[in-house]
Structure formats: C-alpha cells, structure tokens
Design a protein around this ligand. Sequence first.
Ligand code: HEM
Length: 497
Amino acid sequence: MLIVFTLLLGPLIIILVYFLSPLFLRKWIVDEQGHSIPPGPSIRYAFLRKYAEQALYDWTNKFGPLFLLWMGSQLFIVVSDPQIARDLFVTNGAIFSNRKKYFMKNQRQHRRLATMVLTPKAMQGYINIMEYEAHIFIKSLYDEGIRGTSAINPAHYAGRFALNNMLIISFGLRTYSTSDPLIAKALYLAMEFMDLTGPWSNSVDFFEILQRIPTRTRSRGRNLHDGLISVYGDMILQFKARMDAGEEVPDCLVKTLLETQNKEKLDWEDLCMLSAIFTLGGVHSTSGIILWFLALIPSHPDILIRAHEELDRVIGRNRWPSTEDEPDLPYVRAIIKEVQRVHAPFWMATPHFNSQDFVYRGTYIPKDTVLVLNCYSLHHNESCYPDSFTFNPDRYLGDELSCSESVKHSDVMNRDHWTFGAGRRICPGIPGAERELWLAIVRLLWAYNFEALPEEPISLQEYEGMSGRTPVPFRLRFIPRTTNLHHILKTADEIVL
Ligand code: HEM
C-alpha cells in the first residue's frame, strides 16, 4: 500500500512542488546586497497559450512594466515601458544584447555578417530591385484576380514579393513565376521556423530533458532543420558552382559567406543556416504587415477615401508613386506606421539575455535571464497612443521621421513604435523593410479599391504563426481604380536573374 502510495503520489508531489516553486524562490533569490527579483506570477509555466501577448498584457497591468516569470527552468523578464526598454537595451546594451541559444536555432552570431551585406550603399542598389518587385506584385494581383473580377487570397503574392527581395539580397536570384515551387516551400519553412522558435511556443527549449526524448516538437524541429539545409543548401551549391566556373556572380550574402568561409570558420551547416535564417527573417515580417494592411483596409473606408484623395491630389492617375514621392504623401506614411503599431508581426521581438548580474531600479536581474520586449503592451500604452486600440493613422501625422530615424529619437516616449526591436540587436534590415513596405502599400493604394466578400468576414483578432504573425487566410477583390493601371503594368515583365 505504502509503495503504491509513494509511486503514485511521490512524482505528483515533485511535479507540484516544481511548478509552485516560484512561490518560495521569489523570496529566496536575492543578490549580495539583498535586492529581490521583480514581481510576477507565482507559478512556473511550460508554455504560454496561443495569444501569448494577451497574457503578457494582463500581467503587465497586474505586476507592472518590469515583471519576471519562469518558463520551465528559464527566467524571463518582460519589459513593457519605453523608458525601461531604453535603459536596459540601449543604455546598458553591452549587458543586455546577447541572444539565447535556442534548441531549434543552430545560430552563431550572424549580425556582423548580416550588416556586411546591408550597408547603406548596398541598400541604395536594392531600391531599383524593390521598385521592380513591387511592380510585379501589383501585376500578379491584377492578373490572378482577373482585373478585379475574381476574389483572391493575397498571401502567396505578398509572400513572394518579400521572398524575392530577400532572395536577391541573399542569393542574387528571384522566383520568376507565381507558380515557382520554391515560393510555397520557402514560405512554409519560414512559418515553421517562426512557430518553433517563438519566445513562448517551445517547451523543448525550457525543459532540457525534452531535447532527449522523441516529442512532436522535436521531430518538427528536425524536419525543419533538414528542410532548411536541403532548400538553402541547394541554392548555395548552385551559386558556388557558378563561382567555381569563373562566372561573374552578383554581390549578395552568399557570396560574402563563401568568400569569408575560412576566415569566419563556417562549416556547411553554418553556411546553410546563416543564409536560411537571414532570408526567412525578412519574409513573413514584411509580407505580414502588407497582409494586415489588406485585411483591415476594407473595414476602414473613411481612411481609404482620405488616402485616395491624397494620392489623386499629389500624384494624379497618369503615373504611379515611387520612392521619391514619400515625403509628399504624409497620410499614406501615417497609415503604414499605424499598421506597424497595431499589427506588429512580432509582438515579442527576438529575446535578448544579459551577460552579467544587474540591479535596475532596486530589483535584481540575475545573469542569463531572457529579456523580452513586450511590443503589444508598449503599443497599447495610453500615454503614448491615446485610444490605443483604435486604428487611427492621424496619430502619426506630423511625424516626419522614418522608422530608422525614429529608433534613435532623443525622447523615447515619442518613438514611433517598437516593431523592429531595440538596442544593439535591433533589426539591421529596417531601411530595406521600410522601402519595401512603402512601395508595396503606396502602389496598392494607388492602384486598387479593395472589396471584401460579405459572406467571408475578415478577422483582425486571430492570426497564424506563434511569432511572425500573419492574418488568417482571407480573400479580396482588387478593383483597378484607373484604366491607366493596365498600361503601367504592361511596362514590366518577369525576368530571370
Ligand atoms: C517589416 C519587416 C521586418 C520586421 C518587423 C523585423 C523585425 C525584427 C525584429 C523585431 C528583430 C529582433 C530585434 C531585437 O532583438 O531587438 C529583427 C532582427 C533581425 N532582422 Fe528584421 N525585421 C524585418 C525585416 C527584415 C529584413 C528585410 C531583413 C534583411 C534584409 C532583416 C534582418 C534581420 C536580422 C539579420 C536580424 C537579427 C539581428 C541580430 O540578431 O542582431 N529584417 N528583425
């Protein structure tokens, strides 16, 4: 009897104590000066439910803008206030800029390599390519939607637009038809990657024992790893064969990786994973924002009318807008910033962790704590964004700074938003992403009226992806606003690089 009791109840008690241990750990963990850790929930979590930002928002309201929780064996601190974000990630960036090594991510430090190919000069060169890809994107909606007569799901085309821009930067190539199988494969792998590496989604990261036993997540992770090596490895091999044959190859990430392979001590897996993670990082993030714009615009006809009024007044209907028109179209700029605020693709930017113990405002942040920038709460801070749950581009009228400029704003309370992260690990792709978003959205607005189907309401609450969130599938009719669209679209065709 006693044995049965011990066998059944013993493990149960151990599990219970483990999950309730924060109750006493919160009192016990102090630094040498007696500073305690920040407040937070009293139980340990294995994962957070699907819409994790809601839980963080509720906890922020309960425990304040700097709270701490346990995910398995890992300590997490959640930052939800602009000043605290600046103090930790920017002012103390030397301490708070490490990346945690996730089970799914075979990543070595790749920022330096990424910034080598994202120089301002290189980005300047990519502008023509982005203008061209935006042209092809608008054209694909026109063709596939049979000039607005047929409703289509824009996800594949927006995904392809972002993918092509990234493939050009990474491999100097593009998909040259909407039916290229690489599009579906790359979009699937990018979404799998974001799901499996989201800060809260993956218990395998926080319970090390799970890394040794076969779980569904572990096999998904292995399949993803093999898929990335196969798809991106093939593209590297093709590129290398061209280099080895003495062909002239375009400047791109893979050329830099191959040229610096020995110096940087990169093995085959490093080459594949670096090129894959860099490329997919710019796919669902950019296309997600374009899709959120398309998902919400049919339910905001007043905003569409004002945007069209601005475009007709400034551009007219004989030509379409380009990069240099941006300063003259403040309302369109404001719409894009507001989409980025209300529908940031990552509610939690990639977590950072601190390389040493730190005391902040009297609380103790132990070394190796994961720090999460809680964009959802930051973007619903009522003092920065009054009536924050309402989509209102007017709040950005008068903000003439680009996102790249705004991240350096001297008054952090007036920064536009936190969609690209903060501090030393902030997204190095901001200038490119901004350019892509501008070209895609301004041309969509210039070219089309957007008609949702009454029998297929579009959800603005649900989304796909645990991080890198995009709207659930929806269909629209893209109705041309002018017959000139047809003539403009005819001026470019698919090209093979
Ligand atoms: C709208 C589109 C995009 C969004 C919302 C976005 C957002 C982000 C965020 C939140 C981070 C983490 C920042 C942090 O830790 O504080 C990040 C990192 C990164 N992004 Fe982006 N990104 C976008 C597009 C791009 C593009 C187009 C590229 C490349 C051309 C790119 C390259 C990178 C790289 C290499 C990192 C890793 C930086 C590091 O670890 O130091 N991103 N991005």
